[in-house]
Design a protein. Structure first.
Length: 267
């Protein structure tokens, strides 16, 4: 009897990992998301560097973009808008420009009309306006001690100031300041004294032609805002501040974008 052929049986054992392979599609999606965010923030950064004229043109182009309009480029379609915005901006006189112009004008007038009293006058620009300060000097006060009645020199300065601010398109604030030397006579302190002096200066301005409707505020600060901070007792801290507050005219120009877009469409 012939021997039967022997069959060899091979058993393969497959070792499975901790989890099945899920594919890499999520990585592609995540990479696309990161790229899109990077492009978005890059676009914001670039837009922030544009001047207002070009930014307005860009906004109008994408706001009213029409695929069926004539194939004009972005620059061609926005040229008219840019010119209109530029002309509007040029027609506006910024308050900063008005302030600088008035400051230089007042300095010349003081040199001409108040040359002997110019050391009592300080002129500087503040946010949105010009500040004229009438200050005391050692031995030369603009108000007698403890009094709210201006001296002859103070009245002379206030008259010249009034003559040159009454025609300006600006509101006026009048502030009174004292030094830190304690003052108390009855119920009157530096607070009342500074306020009374500011009111007295306001009356002088009005008597010399300043329209009362232009007065925005009259206030006394006592010694809380010293001019010479290192020495609160310095006589220069005793002063009257007259602030011209020019209207903020530098605002975003109002351009009729819709009307401009209709002009592009009808061409």
């Amino acid at each position: 009897m012939a021997d039967k052929p022997k069959t060899t049986i091979i058993v393969k054992k497959i070792k499975k990992g901790h989890g099945e392979h899920h594919g890499g599609s999520w990585k592609v999606a995540y990479a696309d998301f990161v790229t899109a965010m990077m492009a978005f923030f890059l676009l914001l950064w670039l837009l922030s560097m544009l001047d207002p004229v070009k930014r307005a043109a860009v906004a109008d182009y994408f706001r009213h973009f029409n695929l069926f309009q004539s194939g004009k480029s972005f620059l061609e379609q926005s040229t008219t808008i840019q010119m209109e915005v530029k002309s509007s901006v040029q027609d506006i006189t910024p308050s900063e420009t008005a302030s600088e112009k008035f400051k230089e004008q007042m300095k010349k007038i003081i040199e001409e009309k108040l040359k002997e009293l110019k050391d009592h006058i300080m002129i500087d620009t503040v946010e949105g306006g010009v500040r004229i300060q009438i200050i005391d000097l050692e031995g030369e006060s603009m108000f007698p001690s403890g009094s709210a009645e201006p001296t002859k020199k103070a009245k002379e300065i206030l008259k010249v100031v009034a003559e040159n601010i009454k025609e300006e398109n600006a509101k006026v604030a009048v502030e009174g300041h004292t030094d830190s030397v304690p003052y108390k006579r009855g119920k009157i302190t530096n607070w009342e004294l500074s306020t009374d002096r500011a009111s007295s200066a306001r009356r002088e301005l009005e008597q010399n032609g300043v329209d009362p409707r232009k007065i925005a505020r009259v206030v006394g600060y006592a010694d809380t805002m010293p001019l010479i901070q290192d020495n609160p007792r310095d006589p220069r801290n005793r002063r009257i501040s007259i602030i011209l507050m020019f209207e903020k005219e530098q605002q975003a120009p109002k351009v009729n974008i819709m009307q401009q877009n209709q002009t592009h469409t009808t061409k």
